[in-house]
Design a binder for this molecule. Structure first.
Ligand code: S3P
Length: 433
């Protein structure tokens, strides 16, 4: 599907209720499915990625009942009660489903095989397969155990306690290892170069698992069972709020109230960067939603200027670079982004995708090996036809680039379904208000 987005000629005003967090939605279904009591999940994100996790957990024997799109119950058969899946496990576009489920399934006494879409087949899985193999897993994959399709064969012995120094700050890698660690014969420690999102740790703790922290290291001990809580409440997704934070900041006269945004500090890098660029953002009504902090964020338009940021903040805003790049195009002066090499192995190579497509709208971006140089200005934008590469975050960021610039036609625009199914409806509602 192609989507035509017109330039917006008036301020954006009103409220947006931010949909459930993708990372927490995945984990709520996985963790509930590892317990032995029914768990009630609210504000679940009913997106294609999270539904891939639901499909995988059902194939492993979890009972899943939807009460509405965003509310469901999940009941598992206990930590050691997963069943051999009768089908190939299809992870669709979802790296989180695949990598975390590899961590859960590697220690199981049955065979499982994973597949996914063409994007997921290109993404690096050696980063999970290698450490799991060192723990004792027997995993085979294409291209020398690096890519989908992947098969897990029962390990010969119980997993060994393990200490892993991860070369990448990745919550998916960290989570896979910690989840395998639950089934090991000793302590499992993961150390990252910088701390990545900690939803797995918070949810493990909510399930009664004791974790030890030391700098960027986290250690888990094996457990016999997970004491899953009766309810998981999913906070709103700051990665989905990102598009409105940028649009509201750039379009003159705008004032948007973004309701129920997760503000876990491992995710709020975009707030820090936009504030450093001069954005007018106010956190209101800060509270807890389950184990996660949330707030409503008031964004008022402001004159933005360029900024510089790099590897240390990257895990806290890794998914927001496509949106931040749009802000930087419309800010006064240069924005220099380094330490963002991980963007080359996301749903598409986002550094190349941003450079090739955004430059059709405003020719001001250069890609480096691990980042972007964006020569921002408040000058005129062009209108153009841009390709999303079937990458949800590219599509939504291009839509924002279109409304704040001079319009855009997005090719393969329906991939927003991966993380924000009603994104275009929300955009149209805000424009019409
Ligand atoms: C995620 C972790 C991040 C992020 C992805 C979701 C998660 O990936 O980009 O969208 O839920 O753990 P990496 O761990 O590969 O950085």
């Amino acid at each position: 599907m192609n989507k035509v987005i017109n330039k917006v000629v008036k301020p954006l005003k009103g409220e947006v209720v931010i949909p459930g967090d993708k990372s927490v939605s995945h984990r709520s279904v996985m963790f509930a499915g590892l317990g032995d009591k029914p768990v009630h999940i609210t504000n679940f994100l009913p997106s294609a990625d999270c539904l891939s996790t639901v499909g995988v957990m059902k194939a492993l024997g979890a009972e899943v009942n939807f009460i509405s799109d965003t509310e469901l119950t999940v009941k598992g058969n206990g930590l050691h009660g997963l069943q051999e899946p009768p089908t190939i496990l299809d992870c669709g576009n979802s790296g989180t489903t695949l990598r975390l489920m590899m961590g859960i399934l590697a220690p199981q006494p049955f065979v499982s095989t994973f597949t996914g879409d063409s994007s997921l087949h290109k993404r690096p899985m050696g980063r999970v397969i290698n450490p799991l193999t060192q723990m004792g897993a027997n995993i085979v994959g294409r291209e020398g155990n690096k890519k989908l399709p992947i098969t897990i064969i029962p390990a010969k012995e119980k997993f060994k306690g393990f200490s892993y120094n991860s070369p990448v700050a990745s919550a998916q890698v960290k989570s896979a290892i910690l989840l395998s660690g639950l089934f090991s014969d000793g302590e499992t420690t993961v150390t990252e170069p910088y701390k990545s999102r900690n939803h797995t740790e918070l949810m493990l703790e909510a399930c009664g698992v004791n974790l030890k922290y030391d700098g960027t290291s986290v250690t888990v001990s094996p457990v016999e069972k997970l004491d899953v809580p009766e309810e998981f409440i999913v906070p709103g997704d700051i990665s989905s709020a990102a598009y409105w934070l940028v649009a509201g900041s750039i379009i003159p006269g705008s004032e948007l109230l973004l309701k129920n945004v997760g503000i876990n500090e491992t995710r709020t890098g975009i707030i820090d960067v936009l504030k450093a660029m001069g954005a007018d953002l106010t956190l209101q009504n800060e509270r807890l939603s389950g184990a996660e902090p949330v707030a409503d964020i008031l964004v008022k338009s402001a004159k933005l200027h360029g900024t510089t940021f790099g590897a240390d903040i990257m895990p806290r805003l890794i998914d927001e670079i496509p949106a931040i790049a749009v802000a930087a195009m419309h800010a006064e002066g240069d924005t220099i982004i380094t330490g963002a090499g991980e963007l080359r192995v996301k749903e598409t190579d986002r550094l190349q995708a941003i450079t090739d497509q955004y430059n059709k709208l405003k020719n001001c971006i250069e890609a480096t090996d691990d980042g972007l140089v964006i020569h921002g200005s408040q000058g005129e934008s062009m209108s153009g036809v841009c390709f999303s590469y079937d990458d949800h975050r590219m599509s939504m960021s291009l839509a924002i680039a279109g409304i704040v610039g001079n319009g855009v036609e997005i090719e393969k625009a329906d991939c927003v379904d991966i993380s924000y199914p009603n994104f275009y409806e929300e955009l149209e509602r805000l424009i019409a208000e």
